[in-house]
Design a protein around this ligand. Sequence first.
Ligand code: DGP
Length: 119
Amino acid sequence: MQKPAPSDETIFSKIINKEVPADIVYEDDLCLAFKDIMPAAPIHILIIPKKPIPRLCDATSEDKTLLGHLNLVANQVAEDAGIGEAFRLVVNNGADACQSVFHLHYHVIGGRNLQWPPG
Ligand code: DGP
């Protein structure tokens, strides 16, 4: 299992290392999924890679398999949460796009009627 280096520490690396508790719904060698502490909908799960990629735009072609895996895990956690047929997958990339934790994460949101476009 890949551990983040100390210089990459965010609250999410502490969750990966189990130094900070989280309501974990899925874990494997590559990623972790847990309930968002400030849910925007009845179901709001975050999926994070164990590799500390700060933002989606920092991913490289080396991360191709990992990024594909995160999408399939999104399907799985949505299915397990009972929203497999209707959910939104969101990545906020960069502070101006409301990214607040600089460890790549996918939001899986659902369980209510979602509006479009988002704010
Ligand atoms: P973003 O704005 O895209 O960077 O989303 C960060 C999300 O992370 C936000 O919805 C709240 C969530 N979050 C922040 N700190 C914690 C934490 O310590 N535990 C959990 N479960 N979620 C957190």
